[in-house]
Design a protein around this ligand. Structure first.
Ligand SMILES: [Fe+2]
Ligand SMILES: [Fe+2]
Length: 199
C-alpha cells in the first residue's frame, strides 16, 4: 500500500478527507460501501484496493446543493434528463470530478465508477459495478433484508448482481408509479441481452 510520507497510507489519507467532509451516518455508509466494493473488486478484479478507494469517496459531494451541482458538472456532456430534473443525482459525477482533480494518479475507471453510481450505466465499468452493488447492498442498508443481500451476492457474476438490483429497482419504481431513468433501463436491457462490463 502506498504511503504518503507521514505514515498514512494513501487510502487512509483519502478516508480522512471523506470523514471530515460529511456527517457520521453518511461516513458509516461510505465505509460500508468501501468494504463491500473492496470485497467485490477482490473477487472480480483480484484487487481489493480499487473498490475500497472508489467506495469510500463515492458520496463525497452528497451535500452539494442543486445549483452548485449543476454548475460544478456543467463541463460534462453526458448529463441525462433525470439528472437535469433532479440535480442531486449528480453528486456521484461531482465526486468523480473532485477525485480526479485531487488524485490524478488514479485512472479514469475511478471517475466512471463514482460518476455512475446513482443510476448505473453501461459505461460504468467493472469497478463501477462493484460500487453500484455495494451502494445498494452494503451491510448498513436497511431497505433490504439480510436474505436479499445474500441473494444478490450469491449471483455468479457482477452483471447478474447488477441485473438483480435493477429488477428490484424497477419493481420499486412501479410501486411508486414512476419510471426508471433511461440510463438504468438501457443498462437493464443491455444486461438482459448478455452484455458485460468492459472497462
Ligand atoms: Fe450516492
Ligand atoms: Fe452512497
Amino acid at each position: 500500500m502506498a504511503s504518503t510520507g507521514d505514515g498514512m497510507t494513501k487510502y487512509e489519507e483519502i478516508r480522512e478527507r471523506v470523514k471530515s467532509n460529511m456527517k457520521e451516518s453518511r461516513f458509516i455508509h461510505s465505509e460500508g460501501v468501501a468494504e463491500m466494493a473492496s470485497y467485490l473488486s477482490k473477487r472480480f478484479l483480484d484487487d481489493s484496493e480499487s473498490g475500497r478507494v472508489a467506495g469510500i469517496f463515492h458520496d463525497y459531494c452528497r451535500y452539494m446543493g442543486n445549483d452548485e451541482l449543476l454548475s460544478f458538472c456543467s463541463s460534462l456532456n453526458d448529463i441525462v434528463p433525470e439528472e437535469r430534473e433532479k440535480p442531486m443525482l449528480l453528486h456521484g459525477a461531482a465526486a468523480g470530478l473532485v477525485f480526479r482533480k485531487l488524485y490524478p494518479e488514479y485512472g479514469n475507471e475511478y471517475y466512471l465508477a463514482m460518476r455512475h453510481h446513482t443510476l448505473g450505466s453501461i459505461d460504468m465499468g467493472v469497478l463501477g459495478a462493484c460500487v453500484y452493488i455495494a451502494d445498494y447492498a452494503e451491510k448498513g442498508r436497511k431497505h433490504i433484508t439480510d436474505k436479499d443481500r445474500e441473494e444478490i451476492l450469491s449471483e455468479k457474476t457482477l452483471e447478474a448482481m447488477v441485473l438483480n438490483i435493477l429488477g428490484r429497482e424497477k419493481k420499486y419504481r412501479e410501486s411508486l408509479n414512476e419510471n426508471m431513468a433511461g440510463v438504468s433501463k438501457a443498462l437493464m436491457e443491455y444486461l438482459e441481452k448478455g452484455g458485460v462490463f468492459t472497462i
